[in-house]
Write a protein that binds this ligand. Structure first.
Ligand SMILES: Nc1ncnc2c1ncn2[C@@H]1O[C@H](COP(=O)(O)OP(=O)(O)O)[C@@H](O)[C@H]1O
Ligand SMILES: [Mg+2]
Length: 236
């Protein structure tokens, strides 16, 4: 869904879950000019939203602290978000994020929580600064293949060529119909459109290049703030 108004309307309908209806004290009650939407997400608000949506179950420890804080600062649009010097490409708030590391270290969970925060800000504050669409590489290819066989399907790859998009587990997916690298196309088109993409993966940039080709590999540094996330798995 690329039209932001439609996306907001759809999200409003989705927002009626018990949990998100609970009042949690995050926003300072100031008179806002809704037409201008002068809402600005502050660091303090972000932390409260984080605590609420992570249900205080996301452990931040010495393994992940620098990465997690770099990502938070990026989403808070702090120019100095690379204070820890973790970004392997030229850091920029105009680019997306490519975060790679082993399984089980909390990459997907982190983005799941950020997505919930983004959804709350859209539905309650009409603020899309932290809003992004989410797809998981494996199920996306399943949807793509199903849609190719079904003439009635509304799925369109073009919907994913623009707007902010989070791709979870890039490189985990199979080729569509054993031949097509769908994400090579999606990433190429998104780069052309200067669309912001967030990727989590357990593949190194060199492996991504190997899989999707030089055409994508060459563009990774200009598309992404590239971050290596190291640490022990939380999975037992
Ligand atoms: N920071 C964390 N604190 C507590 N549990 C975590 C944390 N990160 C991950 N986990 C646990 O480990 C599991 C795997 O995390 P996940 O985000 O799927 O890892 P990744 O995407 O890096 O493979 C999650 O379901 C969660 O239960
Ligand atoms: Mg994952």
């Amino acid at each position: 869904m690329t039209n932001p108004q439609k996306a907001i309307a759809a999200l409003r309908n989705l927002a009626g879950t018990k949990r998100s209806n609970q009042n949690h004290d995050v926003y300072i009650p100031v008179k806002r000019d809704v037409a201008k939407n002068d809402f600005k997400l502050t660091k303090a608000m972000f932390w409260k939203l984080w605590e609420y949506h992570s249900q205080e179950c996301y452990e931040i420890n010495s393994d992940n602290e620098k990465v997690v804080k770099t990502i938070f600062r990026y989403f808070l649009k702090q120019e100095d978000f690379n204070q820890y010097g973790l970004i392997k490409s030229v850091p920029s708030l105009e680019k997306g994020l490519l975060i790679y590391g082993n399984y089980g270290i909390g990459k997907s969970l982190l983005f799941e929580i950020l997505h919930k925060i983004g959804k709350e800000l859209v539905t309650k504050r009409n603020d899309a600064s932290l809003w992004f669409n989410c797809i998981s590489s494996g199920s996306f290819i399943d949807d793509y293949m199903r849609a190719s066989r079904d003439k009635e399907s509304t799925f369109s790859l073009k919907h994913y060529y623009s707007g902010k998009l989070y791709i979870d587990d890039l490189g985990f997916e199979k080729k569509a119909f054993n031949k097509t690298e769908v994400f090579a196309e999606v990433l190429f088109e998104r780069n052309k459109n200067k669309a912001i993409t967030y990727v989590t993966t357990n593949h190194k940039p060199s492996e991504i290049t190997e899989r999707y080709g030089e055409r994508i590999g060459d563009r990774l540094p200009e598309m992404f703030n590239i971050i290596k996330w190291e640490g022990k798995s939380f999975r037992r």
